[in-house]
Design a protein around this ligand. Structure first.
Ligand code: FES
Ligand code: FE2
Length: 375
């Protein structure tokens, strides 16, 4: 296992994993009959909603001469390129018409495709599936369907009358996906980066011990009473006995961090993703769902305020870190605080190795592990 040389010196195809769903844009920013541009894994995309509101994603380059398709027109069904007016079915990318063709010219228009990507709306975001790249130089054809749906947030005991709320936060980070992810799972920066007089000070640092276990494609911090410094926990204590509150935190490739907090019939669930935009840029999206705070007027706002503060502190830190990383310093990962980061790199390497050989993925963790650190 190489040291932390990996996040900077990896080739883009091992840095940014293909063959997964990624969050592309907040659903409320994508409007019917409009075209929006986005980027995932250095792939430019045009994203929109058809007349029925169903989202779609195409490669933002016309297969004729590369004009960005988001500059074209959209009638709710087909996208028309602004250069020579070729039109493409928004959902499958198939070419529908080429205005310059005369009656006798029998080019098979229906064999021409703009690149199209599986696209789903889930928990307030438009998700796009980025497949493994085809052979170099090959154009686009009809796309394959994805075997798995986009990830969703777990919601508990929901009957029709059970209400829950959903909110999201998003922030751009000027670092690679790897630095974004290991920054997210790093327990040791809390007392230094996330200080606030109403929250905690660096003097609240104390020894912690947490149990971890392997799960498919990732690892879990086993169910435990949350850290007294955790934001939702502080609010949940208003609703339930402190010792009835448990939390579980999972990390799963390529970029999914799920946190679930349960206290009796109350629950709070979040799915945080760190999405590779380019090799030097990622975006963090926190989406949370909960069934608490219905009668507490400031509950959701308070929670959003706390999360926004945390995310902004992380963003600012990574902006400064990016300065330091420009000159390719030697880096290290230490035990036990950086062990989750080591697992992340090992999981990624194991995933790529399994893909290369076509064999089963060999999970880097043999069984449950207890980690200790001070934070
Ligand atoms: S570049 Fe799009 S139609 Fe020619
Ligand atoms: Fe943080």
């Amino acid at each position: 296992m190489p040291e932390l040389d990996s996040p900077q010196r990896q080739a883009p195809d091992s840095l940014m994993l293909t063959g997964f769903w990624y969050r592309a844009l907040p659903a409320d920013s994508v409007h019917r009959n409009q075209l929006h541009s986005a980027m995932l894994l250095e792939i430019p995309l045009v994203i929109g909603r058809d007349h029925a509101g169903l989202p779609f994603a195409l490669r933002d380059a016309c297969p004729h001469r590369g004009m960005p398709l988001h500059c074209g027109k959209f009638d709710g069904k087909n996208v028309e390129c602004s250069y020579h007016g070729w039109t493409f079915n928004a959902h499958n990318g198939q070419c529908e018409s080429i205005p310059s063709l005369t009656a006798g010219q029998n080019l098979r228009v229906d064999r021409i495709y703009a690149g199209s990507y599986p696209c789903e709306e889930q928990d307030g975001f438009i998700w796009v599936y980025i497949p493994d790249p085809g052979p170099p130089g090959a154009g686009f054809g009809a796309r394959e369907e994805v075997p798995v749906p986009a990830p969703r947030i777990e919601k508990f005991g929901l009957s029709k009358k059970d209400k829950f709320k959903l909110a999201y936060l998003t922030a751009n980070m000027p670092v690679s996906i790897d630095h974004g992810i290991i920054g997210l799972m790093d327990p040791a920066h809390g007392p230094f980066v996330h200080q606030a007089w109403w929250w905690r000070s660096r003097h609240s640092i104390h020894e912690k011990q947490k149990n971890f276990e392997p799960i498919p494609n990732g690892f879990r911090m086993s169910a435990h009473t949350p850290s007294s410094n955790s934001a939702p926990y502080k609010l949940l204590r208003l609703y339930a006995a402190a010792d009835s509150i448990t939390t579980t935190i999972d990390f799963v490739l390529p970029n999914l961090r799920t946190e679930t907090i349960r206290a009796g019939r109350y629950w709070f669930s979040s799915l945080t993703t760190v999405t590779p935009i380019t090799r030097n840029q990622c975006r963090i999206d926190v989406v949370a769902a909960w069934n608490i705070f219905h009668w507490l007027p400031f509950g959701p706002e308070l929670l959003k305020f706390v999360f926004a503060k945390f995310v902004e502190q992380d963003r600012r830190t990574m902006e400064l870190q990016a300065e330091g990383l420009k000159h390719n310093p030697h880096l290290m990962l230490i035990d036990d605080a950086d062990r989750p980061a080591k697992w992340y790199f090992q999981l990624k390497a194991a995933h790529l190795e399994a893909k290369r050989t076509g064999g089963e993925m060999k999970h880097p963790m043999a069984g449950p592990v207890t980690l200790k650190w001070r934070s």
